[in-house]
Design a protein around this ligand. Structure first.
Ligand code: AMP
Length: 540
């Protein structure tokens, strides 16, 4: 074999910081502060502080391979952690601030975190378990309220440590196979599982995100990651934005529709990324209080299915280009994107929305196949449903501390996503359900996602979740949990609406109304909790 003769240049994260410092030092990163107002600094300042924080970590005794957790909103200090912790050869473990104390304790112990860097406003959430954590040696706090005493063991203050640290720094991440980050899956089923990214996988993922075929941010973009930094590395946007020098707008704790609308308008945001719940809220806000959001070129949405009705509403009423993407923590997370291609040029608006409501084509770097219940590979015909399996440069090969796991990884090198999908002849994937959320009625599958999307396209419905309830005759039947837009929904009208698209046996046996559908820590509908409510007799 004749080997290529190119440099063996490691795929390590320090490359991004050095590049940003050199190429776009004057571009800016802005954070909306908790009590209003902005913090703004240049990439040059940011890169300087990233190096300083590297020295801070070394002084705290953080060694390569150690896990350093963050417990924070999206802000500039959290962004510094994103680069400094891996730059020091350690592993950034982004803790989800919305988990229960029990889940947090489990994850911190499981990850064996040595240091936790905490946003001052979130101290009340971590304090009750602080004494019980087995491996944590230091708490480091930023953005704290000076007037309040903080009662935490081994506490130091981020800005004090930074002020005392030197500016010169030598990166400690020479090997591209070193671990870089640790993210636990949101745990909609079972206990959370850890996904351990490497520098190599994350750098390749970053190049993947930068492809025009994926999200493709450029220097000219102003990017607002509404998706939390603790949800699958904010979908890779911090790394991708820094590499090209895009302006970054960090929303801090201001995730409500009104401040988001204001931020998009005042900062002329071009790419904003978040889960459907966020964009659902923003849409209704903008209908009531219109603002100029014409700067948006891509409203990126993923994490759960974006209902076709909401895509249509954004595009028709607000002229916003919606980019629907599918991903998973296990995929770092980008898997597929539903952008239009040449073949779609002749489509009318309704045809284009049909395509955009799919989860889309697999981005270069991710391979996919569909597997049936008998283990055979299924055709890409847009109709045959089976489990989606993927492999690629940034796909997990196993969970942290969990070997021999045939439920999630196949012998021939594929990751079992647990998503049930169809893929059409053009490679566009549609998620029908999670394997665990499908409703099996009389031996036939009913897609809860399809029902939800259609219900949410009805003008009287704000949100809908469909779950299976036990049924003596059919095994399982669908129950629809609705949040009406106003007043009550008319069941007969909803059934008539659904019957235009689905067979009669798909109609929910029951509709119940709630004020809000409970959400998981990353903003997905919490069907586990809804099932628990059913088991507890909530609806008789
Ligand atoms: P997480 O790792 O928490 O982001 O969860 C990943 C799961 O979220 C996937 O396996 C899907 O079930 C779901 N998901 C992510 N993006 C989408 C999407 N665009 N449409 C439907 N489901 C999605």
């Amino acid at each position: 074999m004749l080997h290529g003769l190119m440099m063996d240049y490691p795929l390590t994260l320090s490359t991004i910081v050095e590049h940003a410092n050199r190429m776009t030092p004057r571009k800016t990163i802005k954070t909306k502060l908790p009590h209003g107002g902005w913090h703004e600094y240049s990439y040059a300042d940011f890169c300087g502080r990233v190096r300083r924080l590297g020295n801070v970590l070394e002084r705290l005794g953080v060694a390569p391979g150690d896990r350093v957790a963050t417990f924070a909103w999206n802000n500039y200090q959290h962004l510094e952690c994103y680069f400094s912790i891996p730059g020091a050869g350690a592993v950034i473990h982004t803790l989800n601030i919305r988990l229960s104390q029990e889940q947090l304790k489990f994850i911190i112990d499981h990850a064996e975190d040595k240091v936790i860097i905490v946003d001052g406003s979130l101290l009340p959430l971590i304090k009750p378990i602080a004494d019980q954590l087995k491996t944590v040696e230091h708490f480091v706090v930023f953005n704290h309220d000076d007037s309040q005493p903080i009662d935490l063991p081994n506490l130091s203050f981020y800005e004090d440590l930074m002020a005392a640290a030197g500016a010169d720094y030598e990166w400690r991440c020479a090997d591209e196979n070193m671990a870089l980050g640790l993210c636990y899956t949101s745990g909609t089923t079972g206990m959370p599982k850890g996904v351990l990214y490497s520098h190599r996988s994350m750098m390749l993922h970053t190049l993947g995100v930068l492809q025009a075929a994926a999200l493709g941010p450029t220097e000219a973009d102003v990017v607002l990651p509404v998706v939390p930094q603790f949800h699958a590395m904010a979908w890779g946007l911090p790394y991708a934005c820094a590499w090209v020098g895009a302006t970054i707008i960090m929303p801090g704790p201001h995730l409500q529709p009104e401040p988001l609308a204001q931020m998009i308008e005042s900062e002329r945001v071009s790419i904003a990324a978040g889960v459907p719940t966020i964009w659902n809220g923003l849409y209704h806000e903008l209908r009531q209080n219109p603002r100029d959001i014409s700067s948006i070129t891509q409203l990126v949405v993923g994490g759960s299915a974006m209902p076709r009705g909401l895509i249509e509403a954004y595009e028709r009423d607000l002229h916003v280009n919606v980019v629907h993407a599918w991903g998973m923590t296990e995929l770092s997370p980008i898997g597929s994107v539903a952008k239009l291609q040449t073949q779609h040029q002749a489509l009318d608006a309704a045809g284009r929305w049909d395509i955009k409501a799919k989860q889309g084509y697999f981005v270069p770097g991710v391979d996919a196949r569909i597997i049936g219940e008998d283990g055979s590979e299924l055709p890409w015909d847009g109709a045959t449903m089976g489990e989606l399996q993927v492999r690629g440069y940034w796909v997990a090969g196993q969970y942290f501390k969990l070997e021999d796991d045939p439920d999630h990884f196949t012998d021939d090198g594929w990751f079992r996503t647990g998503d049930v999908v169809t893929i059409d002849a053009n490679g566009y994937m549609t998620i029908t359900d999670r394997t665990k959320d499908l409703v099996k009625s009389g031996g036939e599958w009913i897609s809860s996602v399809d029902l939800e999307n259609m219900l949410m396209s009805h003008p009287d419905v704000r949100e809908a979740a469909v779950i299976a309830i036990a049924d003596e005759t059919w095994g399982e039947r669908p129950l629809a949990v609705l949040v009406p837009l106003e007043g009550d929904c008319d069941e007969a009208a909803l059934n008539a609406w659904l019957l235009q698209h689905f067979p009669k046996f798909w109609l929910p046996d029951r509709y119940v109304t709630v004020a809000d559908i409970p959400k998981t820590g990353v903003g997905k509908m919490d069907k586990k909790l809804l099932r628990q409510w059913v088991a507890d007799g909530e609806w008789g």
